[in-house]
Design a protein around this ligand. Structure first.
Ligand SMILES: [Zn+2]
Length: 77
């Protein structure tokens, strides 16, 4: 899914992510749930798990949005 590869929004709570360039890779972090990733070219490694309690508050909403998008795409196709 492009949602996870692009990492412009946190996949756990759909918040904007911070990007920091350090030593040939990007450190991407979410200031809301605290999840962190290292991005090397196309390789994405999660280095810190999110605060699941915070992430789960909105995980249901995110899941509903993804479901709506899938339904819309199906209708248009
Ligand atoms: Zn997050």
């Amino acid at each position: 899914m492009t949602l996870f590869v692009n990492l412009t929004l946190c996949p756990f709570d759909a918040k904007d992510l911070n990007r920091e360039y350090s030593g040939g890779s990007f450190l991407v972090s979410c200031s809301h749930c605290g999840a962190e990733w290292e991005v090397h070219n196309n390789l994405v490694l999660r280095v810190t798990d999110p605060n699941w309690e915070l992430a789960e508050e909105v995980a249901v909403i995110v899941a509903e949005r993804i479901g709506e998008q899938l339904e819309n795409n199906t209708v248009r196709a």
